[in-house]
Design a protein around this ligand. Structure first.
Ligand code: ADP
Ligand code: MG
Length: 433
């Protein structure tokens, strides 16, 4: 017997063909009970959408069991509906028709379908826009129509995949409040909500419980209840304490003593992926930290100050750590001696420091070695990416190479000709000493 609405039992999922299998989520156990609003929180690529698809029965897990009210789930989960980041409305139907069509597909009689659709549109705050077409609506209003449509089928389990992330700040906040109002006010037939997000504040604002995931491989690392009364205030002390705790959990994965640089392609062990961050942002962060009043800076405050979302902020702090410019512990970032020197240096010295650190990163070192061994110390982009196919998932290769080349160019270790797609070794990229 299971008292949960849905239960994932040791669920793992692989993508890709046999020899290039990629473990997207590993050994996930998760239970969601009636009455719960659970947020699944983690960085991009940690497998949140994959888990949501598994819960909705759109993807069958490679390993493990999915139980719905204690029974094994086979095929599409008829009790769950997913709302995606941008909801696909039929452009040729009005808002009202877009909701009605779902009800009619479920054989709800015409008159009743109209009444229910009107009621739902009223609930999500689209009263007066029934006859508008999707193109006439703002992003926020379209997403409201999307919610109305998802709720038209009265799902027991409402699954939300970053439903607010494509909206502007004000619309997102309005819609969050609206959804919470519906949920707590009993205006929904829904028994539980599972929301995927990479936004820490959003999770703390909305959920009763937060489940935190991490990547490489995607897995659940911890979870805890959010014991805050509603309505919640983002600037409240209790609220900020929980946000801080989540940041601590998510950013505090590595110890300053042994920053894992990973292995080079073809070497033993796992290749560590480079965080997708621009040099300008790293420079900005260093300049900010060097002027900060104290040695430690709370990463959450920093994100707030920089107006960056948590996902981006974590990538940025990861990059700073990887480069040896800062250390991260307990949700705080601390500038190292090197980071301080970098921040206070002029352009040329910055580039030299950066080059020094870049050469330590296995992926960059490997790239430079390839160039050095190549004829005339140059090689075509595609030759390099081809070699990485054994190591990195196809869609990640281009991005990794772009970051490596972007950073390498800044450090003047290599040059790149966009038109010819050729990479060249620069004098500074030759072995030091
Ligand atoms: P999230 O939603 O947390 O960003 P996803 O569940 O979308 O993560 O993806 C998890 C990992 O699986 C990522 O590395 C992603 O690139 C990979 N992935 C997702 N879908 C596929 C797919 N259809 N084929 C291959 N890899 C995939
Ligand atoms: Mg996703």
């Amino acid at each position: 017997m299971s008292d949960a609405l849905i239960e994932l039992d040791k669920v793992s999922h692989y993508y890709g063909a046999r020899r290039k299998q990629f473990l997207a989520v590993q050994d996930v156990r998760l239970k969601i009970h009636e009455g719960e609003f659970v947020a699944l929180l983690g960085p991009s690529g940690c497998g949140k959408s994959t888990l949501l698809r598994i819960v909705a029965g759109l993807t069958a897990p490679s390993e493990g069991r999915v139980l719905y009210r204690g029974r094994p789930l086979r095929g599409i989960n008829p009790h769950a509906t997913i709302v995606f980041q941008t909801f696909a409305l039929f452009p040729w139907l009005t808002v009202l028709e877009n909701v009605e069509v779902v009800l009619r597909a479920r054989h709800v009689p015409e008159k009743l379908a109209r009444m229910r659709a009107l009621d739902l549109l009223d609930k999500v705050g689209l009263d007066g826009f029934e006859t508008a077409y999707p193109r006439e609506l703002s992003g926020g209003m379209r997403q409201k129509a999307g919610f109305a449509r998802a709720m038209a089928v009265s799902p027991e389990l409402l699954c939300l995949d970053e439903p607010f992330s494509a909206l502007d700040v004000l619309s997102a906040e309005a819609l969050r409040t609206e959804l919470i109002g519906l949920w707590t006010g009993g205006g929904m037939p829904t028994k539980a909500i599972l929301m995927v997000t990479h936004n820490i504040e959003e999770a703390v604002y909305m959920a009763d419980r937060i489940v935190i995931m991490d990547k490489d491989p995607g897995r659940v690392i911890t979870g805890f209840a959010v014991d805050l009364r509603r309505p919640r205030f983002r600037k409240g002390t209790a609220f900020l304490e929980i946000v801080d705790r989540v940041y601590t959990t998510m950013a505090g994965q590595t110890q300053p003593e042994h920053i894992e640089l990973g292995a080079a392609p073809g070497g033993e062990g796992r290749l560590r992926l480079l965080p997708e961050v621009h040099i300008n942002d790293i420079e900005g962060l260093m300049e900010y930290l060097v002027q900060a009043p104290g040695p430690h800076m709370d990463i959450y405050r920093l994100a707030d100050e920089f107006k960056l979302d948590s996902d981006h902020m974590l990538l940025l702090t990861e990059a700073a750590e990887l480069l040896g410019f800062a250390t991260i512990a307990q949700g705080d970032i601390t500038l190292t001696q090197l980071g301080e020197t970098f921040a206070e240096a002029g352009v040329a010295a910055r580039k030299a420091i950066f080059a020094l650190r870049l050469r330590r990163l296995p992926l960059v070192r490997w790239l430079l070695d390839k160039l050095r061994e190549a004829e005339r110390q140059q090689t075509h982009w595609s030759d390099i990416t081809a070699e990485l196919e054994r190591e990195i998932l196809a869609e990640e290769i281009e991005r990794q190479m772009q970051i490596a080349v972007d950073w390498g160019r800044y450090a003047e270790l290599l040059a790149y000709d966009d038109a010819k797609e050729m990479l060249y070794l620069e004098p500074a990229g030759a072995p030091a000493g």
